[in-house]
Design a protein around this ligand. Structure first.
Ligand SMILES: Cc1cc2nc3c(=O)[nH]c(=O)nc-3n(C[C@H](O)[C@H](O)[C@H](O)COP(=O)(O)OP(=O)(O)OC[C@H]3O[C@@H](n4cnc5c(N)ncnc54)[C@H](O)[C@@H]3O)c2cc1C
Length: 408
């Protein structure tokens, strides 16, 4: 973490851009937008990427990069910088609601989002992307060849034949542009940073009886720096704010690691939260043939783990490949292939996570499974494979597999 130097981003606004017309306009410079922009620029397209925030900017997150995110970061040639800007952990411990625990060895890279997202944006800019700060309040399909993006702050308009919405959990642009189908967030999560000289060299994930259907985490993200947070599924009958407050008290007062962390340190940031859009319930991937969605706004975050960075990066790459093909063949109808690609390449990956979520948010099942995993090397290996994204969650969360574990 010490060797890291934050890249400097030129945060110009739209008025100071020499051009107002591009091949592709991308709104939102999180992992999804930056990845899509970088791939398009590598294919030689003129891309304008805009974000309402100047960079570096913070984003509420657990800051944990699982292997699919690591693979995408390798492909984008930033994994080394990201690793230097954060930490590499080799273990995670999961605690069930009644305190049964088991280890999940693996490679977990953690990096504060302020750093990760700046590295990704810098990568896109170095690949040839133009970046500007703009709060886009509408994307308007003007005719068969143009989408216009309007900046609420400067009043400027930029144009491109295609636009990409990569606004994360922020739904206002999608709603204003008539794109959003389901605007109810799937879960709510929040975190703060704690500086502490308590030594914890692993990720800690916890469930609690009175916090269900929620989960909590303590994640080392730098020397003596920890990301401490919790998340709750957003069900209509639940008071999510109350559950999140309860979870925060649980971490600080009842969990062993949380108590020690606080006894030897103090919070160094306010609590920041955000919604999560999961399970591909969100925007249709392609709208009116000219606007594509990537990342969390179309629900790319996994249920259960809340992992969204890897899928955001992957959806950005998929969208870029379709746009590239469409532009090369001068046939924008090809863009609609993106929906089929999302269905065939992304959607099947969610099934196991949906099942894992159903199982583990029930405290009694969670306890039973944790006890079983504690005792079964077979289930420990399968759980580790699932966290490392080399195995399907349904190899753990299935009755047949549990029965098998008694005989293996
Ligand atoms: C508390 C919490 C913990 C999490 N922990 C993890 C974790 O540990 N690991 C993990 O993989 N995932 C985690 N996630 C999920 C992860 O943060 C998201 O899946 C990921 O950020 C999605 O990336 P994205 O690029 O789609 O959107 P974002 O990262 O949200 O980026 C969207 C960008 O769009 C910009 N924007 C929005 N509206 C406009 C507009 N109108 N005009 C211009 N710009 C706009 C925003 O400023 C932002 O920069 C967590 C989420 C939360 C809330």
């Amino acid at each position: 973490m010490n060797e890291y130097t934050q890249p400097r981003i030129d945060n110009r606004n739209l008025s100071s851009l020499p051009d107002k017309t591009y091949d592709v306009l991308i709104v939102g410079a999180g992992p999804a937008g930056s990845s899509c922009a970088a791939y398009l620029a590598r294919h030689g397209h003129r891309v304008l990427l805009v974000d309402r925030k100047a960079f570096p900017r913070d984003k509420p997150c657990g800051d944990c990069l699982l292997p699919d995110a690591q693979r995408s970061l390798t492909d984008l040639k930033v994994l080394e910088s990201v690793s230097r800007a954060g930490r590499i952990l080799e273990n995670a411990t999961v605690y069930s609601p009644s305190g049964y625990s088991f280890d999940v060895p693996g490679t977990y890279i953690t990096c504060p989002r302020e750093r990760l997202d700046t590295i990704l944006l810098d990568r896109a800019i170095r690949d040839g992307v133009s970046f500007a700060v703009a709060d886009v309040d509408e994307l308007k399909v003007e005719d068969d060849t143009t989408v216009a993006g309007h900046d609420r702050v400067t009043g400027e308009t930029v144009r491109a034949p295609l636009a990409v919405v990569a606004t994360g959990y922020h739904a206002s642009l999608a709603r204003a542009s008539g794109l959003l189908q389901n605007s109810v967030p799937y879960a709510i999560a929040r975190r703060r940073y704690v500086r502490s000289n308590y030594r914890l060299d692993r990720m800690v994930l916890m469930y609690g009886k009175r916090i269900a259907p929620g989960y909590m985490w303590i994640i080392p993200v730098g020397p003596e720096l920890y990301n401490v947070g919790c998340g709750v599924i957003n069900l209509p009958h639940l008071n999510t704010s109350r559950l999140l407050r309860r979870a925060e008290r649980f971490i600080a007062e009842e969990s062993e690691h949380g108590r020690e962390l606080m006894a030897h340190g103090e919070p160094v940031s306010p609590v920041h939260g955000a919604a999560l859009r999961c399970q591909l319930i969100g925007l249709p991937p392609v709208s009116r043939g000219r606007i594509l969605a990537v990342g969390e706004i179309m629900g790319t975050t996994f249920p259960f783990t809340g992992e969204g960075i890897g899928k955001a990066l992957e959806s950005g790459r998929l969208a870029a490949s379709v746009i590239d093909r469409a532009k090369r063949r001068a046939n924008y109808r090809i863009v609609s292939d993106y929906s089929a690609m999302v269905d065939s390449q992304l959607r099947p990956q969610y099934r196991g996570y949906i099942r894992a979520q159903r199982w583990l948010t029930r405290p009694s099942i969670n306890d039973f499974l944790a006890k079983r995993i504690q005792r079964s090397t077979y289930l420990q290996q399968e759980f580790a494979r699932f966290m490392q994204q080399t195995g399907d969650p349904r190899r753990v969360f299935a009755l047949g597999e549990i029965i098998k574990s008694y005989f293996k």
